[in-house]
Design a protein around this ligand. Structure first.
Ligand SMILES: Cc1cc2nc3c(=O)[nH]c(=O)nc-3n(C[C@H](O)[C@H](O)[C@H](O)COP(=O)(O)OP(=O)(O)OC[C@H]3O[C@@H](n4cnc5c(N)ncnc54)[C@H](O)[C@@H]3O)c2cc1C
Length: 408
């Protein structure tokens, strides 16, 4: 691959860095005081809409969507988007300013790829405009959901409607007052082959029978206002036109959704790790212990040096995966996507942990982004498939690549 960024990519990086410096970082403290205050649970920070308008006016909007969708997306490649997602990932809440936040990004891609013109008019347009948010309901508390064939929510046709019954959790974004639409995965065809039983269907959040049971927390963080909800679907009825693509095609959609989504998470993780590296370099230069700056202890320098190596390794692997996706499609890039999905969260956890250590007590407090980074990075060893599932598939594919049965 060619490691030079295109002029277009460079100009977006410059614009985004400048926007972050002038509009976002100066408000980080104010945002955090609002977002972490218990009185503000499930309330949106009032200045967010103002920042979104400014980002839209600056042309920093829907940067994630690989091919142009009307004039609302600049149509960047994955390779061009990667450094932008990294810049946004330096703050846990920044992606939404640019309408590049999960799960909306994946849901918009699903609607763009598989939605009918009516779905696109009703849901994709307001999502692309940043007027509403969305959720993706696959995981269930009662079955091991890393094996998506286990997902047991039932979706049954009854006249002109589908009736949905099930129990979901870890529905990220569903607590947000702006969340208006969910993509729900469930079984329409339980008798079919295991990969043809599942379907995906659009369920407006205000449909009778959809009940939010509670918000879940991640190491105590509730991630307000998006949150992660536990949800009951009790005889939820939606028009049969809400089914995406057709009965039994849920896996096909899931594959299309998860490839780009996984790599976007990795890009943001690199942003978190890079910022942690910068923070530990600064902190170790400012503190003195046992008569010298902490940065002058060789063990500290090694931790910083290892961190720089590992961030760069993961960055290059991510770019390689992005490049392959652009040139040969998501399917051809599946091994590289698996590699980076395994590498990036573990790398980020190591680097963030070192940064926490070098900060001493401050590192685990709310006075730096490190503690929340750690919690967020840890969830990405589980979300979008646990490490072991990716390792298993990658191991299988690697053995198949390097070993052929003697008589085959
Ligand atoms: C913060 C957060 C946000 C999330 N957001 C969403 C969302 O928006 N929508 C959604 O649908 N889901 C979401 N999830 C759920 C997430 O995708 C699942 O937690 C994940 O897929 C694992 O499923 P599970 O929790 O049922 O674990 P299980 O399937 O019960 O697996 C538990 C463990 O078993 C082991 N295991 C599983 N398979 C294998 C294997 N093949 N080999 C070896 N060991 C194995 C692994 O250690 C694994 O972690 C989110 C999760 C978190 C933590």
């Amino acid at each position: 691959m060619n490691f030079d960024y295109s002029d277009k990519a460079k100009s977006y990086q410059e614009k985004l860095n400048a926007f972050m410096a002038t509009e976002v970082y100066p408000l980080e403290k104010e945002h955090n005081e609002f977002a972490y205050h218990p009185d503000n649970n499930w309330k949106r920070w009032p200045k967010l809409e103002m920042l979104k308008e400014k980002a839209k006016a600056a042309g920093l909007w829907n940067l994630f969507l690989p091919k142009a969708y009307g004039d609302l997306s600049p149509g960047l490649t994955n390779l061009e988007y990667a450094p932008l997602a990294e810049i946004m990932g330096r703050l846990l809440w920044a992606s939404e300013i640019f309408n590049c936040s999960p799960p909306d990004t994946g849901n918009m891609e699903v609607l763009a790829k598989y939605g009918t013109p009516a779905h696109q008019e009703k849901w994709l347009k307001p999502l692309m405009n940043g007027e509403i948010r969305s959720a993706f309901l696959m995981t269930e508390p009662n079955v091991a959901s890393s094996d998506a064939t286990n997902v047991s929510t039932s979706i049954k046709l009854d006249g002109d409607e589908y009736v949905i019954n099930g129990h979901k959790w870890w529905s990220s974004g569903a607590m947000d007052p702006h969340c208006k639409i969910a993509i729900v995965m469930g079984k329409t065809n339980p008798e079919e082959h295991r990969h043809q039983q599942q379907s995906m269907i659009l369920v407006p959040m205000d449909t009778p029978g959809l009940k939010i049971v509670r918000p879940l927390s991640v190491f105590g963080y509730n991630d307000s206002p998006e949150g992660h909800a536990e949800i009951i679907l009790d005889n939820v009825r939606v028009p049969k036109e809400n089914l995406l693509l057709g009965e039994g095609r849920g896996f096909e959609i899931a594959q299309g959704r998860l490839g780009p989504g996984r790599i976007h998470h990795c890009m943001r993780l690199i942003g978190m790790a890079q910022r942690s590296l910068e923070l530990m370099s600064a902190r170790s230069s400012e503190r003195v212990a046992f008569g010298r700056a902490i940065r002058d202890f060789s063990s500290v320098r090694q931790e910083i040096a290892y961190s720089r190596c590992e961030v760069e390794q993961a960055r290059l692997l991510t770019l390689s995966a992005a490049d392959k996706m652009d040139k040969f499609g998501n399917k051809a890039a599946k091994d590289l996507i698996a590699m980076i999905k395994i590498v990036a969260p573990n790398m980020a956890l190591k680097v963030i942990d070192r940064a926490i250590q070098i900060h001493g007590g401050k590192g685990v407090s709310g006075d730096t982004p490190l503690a929340h980074f750690y919690a967020a990075a840890r969830t990405l060893r589980l979300a979008d498939g646990p490490d072991e599932v990716h390792l298993y598939q990658l191991g299988k594919s690697t053995i198949g690549k390097y070993y052929k049965e003697p008589n085959s």
